[in-house]
Design a protein around this ligand. Sequence first.
Ligand code: GLN
Length: 497
Amino acid sequence: MSALYQRSATQIAAAVNAREVSAVEVLGAHMARIERVEPSIGAFLSLTADLAREQARRVDEAVAAGKRLPLAGVPVAVKDNMCLQGTVTTAGSKILAGWVAPYTATAVARLLEAGCLPVGKANLDEFAMGSSCENSALGVTRNPWDTDRVPGGSSGGSVAAVAAGEAALATASDTGGSIREPAAFCGVVGMKPTYGRISRYGLIAFASSLDQIGPIARTVEDAAAMYGVMAGHDPMDATSLPRPVEPTLPALRTDLRGLRVGLVREFDTKDLGEEIDAAYRRAYAQLAALGAEIVDVALPHAEYGLATYYLIAPAEASSNLARFDGVRYGLRVDGANVQEMYGKTRAAGFGPEVKRRILIGTYALSSGYYDAYYVRAQKARTLTAGDFERAFAACDLIACPAASSPAFEFGAKSDDPVSMYLMDYYTIPMSLAGLPALSVPCGFVRDGSPGGRELPLGLQLVAPLYEEARLFAAAHAYEQATRYTLDRQPPVVESVR
Ligand code: GLN
């Protein structure tokens, strides 16, 4: 059997429930692992070892008393924009540095009830705004496949922790791609559910009509198990869906017979370069080889996705972030009067990308420009949702890239915000339409330099609203048939034993 830190969440939970290993031992293995690899990875902003130890003891006691827990003793990294009572929760921002969460997010609380051990708070782009994790004001996270490269963002710490064996699972949030793009960059599975499936109570808001929490794992089965625990109605979140959640684990499949998979005409991969294009063609061929019928679908408004998103998301952000005013949360910089205090606090507390979004959003919402920008963006959003509805009349799932490129080097896109925004070209339309989508590893490309590393790519699968079970089922079949990252560790895992 592989080392404890290499085992899947499903394997860990089975072993802990069978009392072959204790939750305390599992935690010990992961804490040792964290100590070894954190200096080269930097996935965490803070560790919560005491809390995890306490929780491990509780899990062992429950199991000894005959209880079975779905995620017994499974170490989880919590993205640091989610509240975990008593822990510092920063959203990667100086404005919240040192702020202690007074309660626990529903999604996280459900994981704890299911037996998870919270090992630490994972790094992210400030307020989840970014695609590389470089916008974090509080730390640098490196990609375990090549530590000269970014892990992706905004959930960079979550995916790096899971890829490097520091946690079997991680929570993440996705507003326009923040689960799927970093999952692709780090060769793990990342899933964004239907909007409203998982409670956002206790998630620090970025753009409330888009934000959604989802699982990060090394296998599709683990992601499905984690989703099953987190999903379901929560009266504390007004946008939470009052619908039953279909069980995903029994639905997992090993073939794709009877499924029509749509390839999006507008998402031709030719422009992504020969090697990447070839990798996606191979992925689509593999779907067909598994029995899927490949069909052609169109998303004619996809090209407006980025423009639409970069009005709606900043507009909502500018309003959500008004609460950070030096009065109620975190940082306060004193001034001669209250107006000056607000200004100084926000000037010192927010980083450049967050300020850019607040400015764009405030502009888009200002009277005189509201109809021209915000209202038009909402109309374009409706058109995007209509595109998907029509596409899903002809297919059961859509397949496309999860990101525009593999992981890039630090600083490569820092001077050009639009080139950074383009990373989410393939993920934003699904966010606008509120659809469930995931990224599953679909191969590797060479980084081009002599002796260069191989970098993972992600295949994005998209399902109609509420069809998470179908999504996981198909992703599992593809993953089991291809096994790109199941039997292969990132170099940092190989080198730091
Ligand atoms: N990269 C996108 C942005 O910067 C999406 C981020 C996210 O999904 N949280 O807004």
